[in-house]
Design a protein around this ligand. Structure first.
Ligand code: SF4
Length: 101
């Protein structure tokens, strides 16, 4: 009987911690392209409560490895209406928000 599950969701294709660390060491994840640790943790928290997160790692809405892509400033949650978290550039800088209050 054919296995109709998504190939990337099968156990033998699941990404390992070692693979994620290897990806994070590439130039695509250079420090200037990353959000800070607080922002990263906030993104992980928002994803952890999302029904689209599979096995605590994969976003079933976009297929991305969340512990990896949540580091990137230019990434955003793919859900309609702006999603649960946005690009860093979409967010108002703290100094501007303070001045407007
Ligand atoms: S990126 Fe968005 S849709 Fe995907 S798991 Fe996170 S909150 Fe859910």
């Amino acid at each position: 009987m054919a296995d109709n599950t998504c190939k990337a969701c099968r156990d033998n294709y699941k990404v390992t911690e070692t693979q994620m660390q290897r990806i994070l060491q590439t130039s695509a994840f250079a420090l200037e392209r990353r959000v800070d640790m607080q922002q990263y943790q906030e993104r992980l928290h928002l994803c952890s409560t999302c029904p689209k997160l599979s096995d605590g790692v994969t976003c079933t809405a976009c297929g991305c490895i969340i512990p990896v892509v949540a580091w990137l400033k230019e990434r955003a949650c793919p859900l309609p209406g702006g999603g649960r978290w946005g690009k860093l550039a979409d967010q108002e800088p703290a100094s501007v928000a303070t001045a407007a209050e």
